[in-house]
Design a protein around this ligand. Structure first.
Ligand SMILES: C[S@@+](CC[C@H](N)C(=O)[O-])C[C@H]1O[C@@H](n2cnc3c(N)ncnc32)[C@H](O)[C@@H]1O
Length: 295
């Protein structure tokens, strides 16, 4: 599949970060990590569909202590951007970072000595190579902004594999359909119907769950004997700082809706033109859910 450029991931990362920080007090990441960490050893984390490493940047400081991360994605361009993005982030935060020769592994060390990460990146197609995941030494499987792209059958295979390897799961930022636009537009319902249908298209993993994903995952985890907690991590795209992301979302929704229902393209284009004209003052909330499961 395509469509996840490093630019798009960089545009959304501050809003993902704000959403996850707002949820952080309801999810005790340090306690979860403490419960999973093997005695005297690093916490082993496997991050699926890592993009440029946003999930590591979010969770590693929250987990604390020594951590080994394996970051998996199928996109070579994103894997190439990963070390640079990690280094830039570390520099901005005042942390130490090192990238090994070859650019596929390295270390990050917190400036205050609260955590350190050894990371390595692996190229894998998760749609076809799920059975090749490197599980050794992994206590936590995680992903951000992935679960709505996958099918129920694929998710079930992932839960079964995680259970077989004794791993907890933290699936972040799954879209859940609780979207709110203010002000309303009369064509919001038709646009949303086409967009939701497009979200359900196969993204390489079978028919995509779209906004049903968090609920389905929570149920599958409970069925597999996991204790589960879910909490909202919504994008709150208000004010001028969010205008660029609102514009990008309007364009993405227009394109998806037109692809899904070409016969209604004129309606979707007119909706997008009205929404773009309002983009500087729109209030847009996009519902996301964090799903955490442990045994
Ligand atoms: C919405 S992005 C999320 C990236 C990152 N986790 C983040 O939060 O910024 C979805 C990611 O899924 C990856 N992806 C999509 N299909 C994949 C596949 N079949 N195998 C591995 N990665 C895949 C994309 O390359 C992209 O990095």
């Amino acid at each position: 599949m395509s469509g996840f450029s490093a630019d798009w991931l960089a545009l959304r990362e501050p809003w993902d970060h704000a959403a996850r920080q707002a949820a952080a007090h309801r999810l005790d990441a340090a306690a979860l990590a403490g419960g999973l960490r093997p005695a005297g050893g690093p916490l082993g984390v496997l991050d699926l569909a890592c993009g440029t490493g946003a999930n590591l940047r979010e969770l590693a400081p929250q987990f604390g202590g020594e951590q080994h991360w394996t970051l998996v994605d199928h996109d070579p361009a994103l894997l190439d951007a990963l070390p640079v993005t990690l280094q830039q982030w570390a520099q901005l935060q005042g942390h130490a970072s090192h990238v090994d020769a070859g650019g596929r592994s390295g270390t990050l060390r917190c400036a205050q000595g609260l955590w350190q990460v050894r990371w390595q990146a692996r190229r894998l197609d998760l749609a076809t190579e799920l059975d090749r995941l490197p599980w050794q030494g992994v206590q936590l499987l995680t992903a951000s902004a992935l679960i709505d792209l996958v099918s129920e059958a694929w998710l079930q295979r992932l839960v079964a594999a995680s259970r077989a390897h004794g791993a907890a799961l933290w699936m972040a930022l799954g879209v859940d359909g609780r979207d709110r636009w203010a002000p309303d537009d009369p064509d919001d319902p038709v646009v949303e119907a086409a967009f939701r249908a497009h979200q359900g298209r196969d993204k390489g993993f079978g028919p995509a769950l779209g906004p049903r994903a968090p609920q389905v995952l929570a149920q599958r985890l409970a069925d597999a004997g996991y204790r589960v907690t879910t909490t909202a991590s919504d994008w709150r795209l208000d004010g001028p700082a969010a205008t660029a992301l609102r514009r990008a979302l309007i364009e993405g929704i227009r394109a998806a809706a037109c692809e899904q229902q070409p016969a209604q393209a004129a309606t979707f284009r007119a909706w997008a033109a009205r929404r773009q004209a309002q983009a500087g003052r729109l209030s847009l909330h996009i519902g996301h859910t964090e799903v955490v499961g442990w045994r």
